[in-house]
Design a protein around this ligand. Sequence first.
Ligand SMILES: NC(=O)c1ccc[n+]([C@@H]2O[C@H](COP(=O)([O-])OP(=O)(O)OC[C@H]3O[C@@H](n4cnc5c(N)ncnc54)[C@H](O)[C@@H]3O)[C@@H](O)[C@H]2O)c1
Length: 322
Amino acid sequence: MTDPVRVEPVRVGLVGIGIIAETHLAVLAERDDVALEFTVDPQPVGPVDFRGATPPHYGGLGRALDEHRPDLVVVATPTETHVELAVQALLGSEAEVLVEKPLVHGLGSLARLRDLDGKADVRGRLFTAHHFAFSPEVDWAAGLIAANPAWGPVTAITSAFYDPYVLRGEAAFASYVSSWTDSGVNQLSMLTRFVDLIELTSARQTDGGASAWCTVEFRSRGELGTARLRSSWLTGSSSKESSLVLGRSGVEVWIDHTAMTGFAAREGELVAAFGNDGRTARKVAHYRPLYASLLSGRPDPVLGFDAAATITAIHQAVPGAR
Ligand SMILES: NC(=O)c1ccc[n+]([C@@H]2O[C@H](COP(=O)([O-])OP(=O)(O)OC[C@H]3O[C@@H](n4cnc5c(N)ncnc54)[C@H](O)[C@@H]3O)[C@@H](O)[C@H]2O)c1
C-alpha cells in the first residue's frame, strides 16, 4: 500500500486589509488547500481572523517577505499602489502574485511590468483579479451565446455600472481613482467573455471623474460592433446591468450583475432565463470561481498578464484618470 500523497497548502500573504480583503479572506478560508501565512497593512487594522486564528501581521510587505516564503501574494490595496507592491512581490519572493483590478493605473506602469520580464517571470507569476469575468450570470450568458451560433454575432452592447460612492467623497477617489478606472475595467474584463475588444472609440468623464461614458469597438464572429459603457458613483445604491444584442437574429441577452440573474428574449418571446438560489453573496460568487481557476494550476487566461495588457491598453486610452 502506498502512502496518500500529502499536498502542502498554498501559503498566502494578503496585502491590504480593507473592504475587498474581507471577500478574499472568506473565500480563502473555505479552501482547505490554503493557509494564510501573513497579512500586511500600514494602517491600524483589527486582528484578522482566519479560521479562528490570527496570522502574523506586518506594517510593510518588505518585512513580511524577510520573514516568510509565501506561494501566493495577494495585493488588495488602493489602485495607485498596485504596481509598486506587485514589483516588490515579484522581485522579493518566488510567489505568484494576484493583484486586484485594475492591475495598473497608467500605461507607464504597464510598461514597467513588461520591462521586468527577464528579471521575473511576469507571464507565469503575475495575475489580475478580473473578478467580473467569473460572475455566474456572465458565465451563463457566455455559455448560452456560445451554444447558439445560429443567433449570429453580438452586434451591440450597453452596460451600466453604478456604485454608491458619492457619499464617500475623496476617500472613494483615493481607493478607486475614478468611476472609469474602477468600473471600466470590470466592464471590459466582463466583455472579454463575449467579444474580442478592439479599441476605445470615445471617452467622456464627468462629475470630476465620478461618472463616465465610453464607447469601445469589438469584433464578434468576424463582425464589428460597438459597446456603450456608462459608469457613475452619483447614486445611493449599487446597480449593474448589461444588455447584449444579437441583431441578425433579434435576440437580446439581458444580464443583471447586481441580482446575478439574466434572460434572453426574441421579440415577445422569452428564450432562456437564469437565476440563483439566493444563498451566495455577490462578491463571494465572483471570487470563489476566480480562486478555483487560479489555484487549479491552469489559470483562466483572463487572469493572465496578456489579458491585463489588452484590457489596460483600452482602459488607459481614456485621457486623464479624473
Ligand atoms: N471594494 C470592492 O468592492 C472592490 C471589489 C473588487 C476590487 N476592488 C479593488 O481592490 C482594491 C482595494 O479596494 P478596497 O475597497 O479594499 O480599498 P480600501 O481602501 O477599503 O482598502 C485598502 C487597504 O489597503 C491598505 N494599504 C494601503 N497602502 C498599502 C500598502 N502599501 N501595503 C499594504 N496595505 C496598504 C489600506 O490601509 C487599506 O486598509 C482597489 O484596487 C479596488 O479597485 C475593490
